[in-house]
Write a protein that binds this ligand. Sequence first.
Ligand code: DGI
Ligand code: FE
Ligand code: FE
Length: 191
Amino acid sequence: MIKDWFYDKLKADIGIKRFEHSLRVMETSIKLANRYNFSVEKAAIAGLLHDCGKLKGETNLLKVSSDFGIILDSMTKCNSELIHSILGAAIAEKEYGIKDQEILRAIRYHTTGRENMSLLEKIVYIADLIEPGRSFEGVDKLRRLALEDLDKCLLYSLDNTLKFLIEKKKLIHIDSIKARNYLLIQTRTTE
Ligand code: DGI
Ligand code: FE
Ligand code: FE
């Protein structure tokens, strides 16, 4: 259940801009849950808390992660963008009291994706990208695909993100590659 204090804590921890983004991701997750017959309650919690690890200001996410006893892989350590989802899963469990492993995994994998994602993981990953505040090239196509075919939408967004990372000469996490390979193999064998 979403408790009233979740909103206050989240706003204080991640700042007003990210908090408002989180509310929009929650609303979009609810829409996708309705569309794909998934629990609206679980989608709402996962959507609201997905960025709860994006602690504001100059917070040293590496230090906080180590305080939580999290052991980061070497790729994640070099990549501040990737830490917040792993830390977020720990904060959701220990500070918000979320016990549902499916919700915790949706938070954990919302940035990279992973092989064989659950429906909730897909919902949160996609809601994060298509919430109404996003305005990158191709987002309208993603919004349309999200309602038509979740896996096609996921594949298209992974393609987009990977192209973006290559252009920016950034490291690509193995989980993102595995997520994409899995979807490609799956669509080839079912077509
Ligand atoms: O936290 P948000 O900004 O709402 O969104 P997010 O958690 O999806 O983070 C987006 C950033 O993460 C974006 O700049 C792309 C980056 N990202 C996603 N997959 C990978 C990645 N960065 C690296 N280096 N490697 C990845 O595989
Ligand atoms: Fe995020
Ligand atoms: Fe987000």
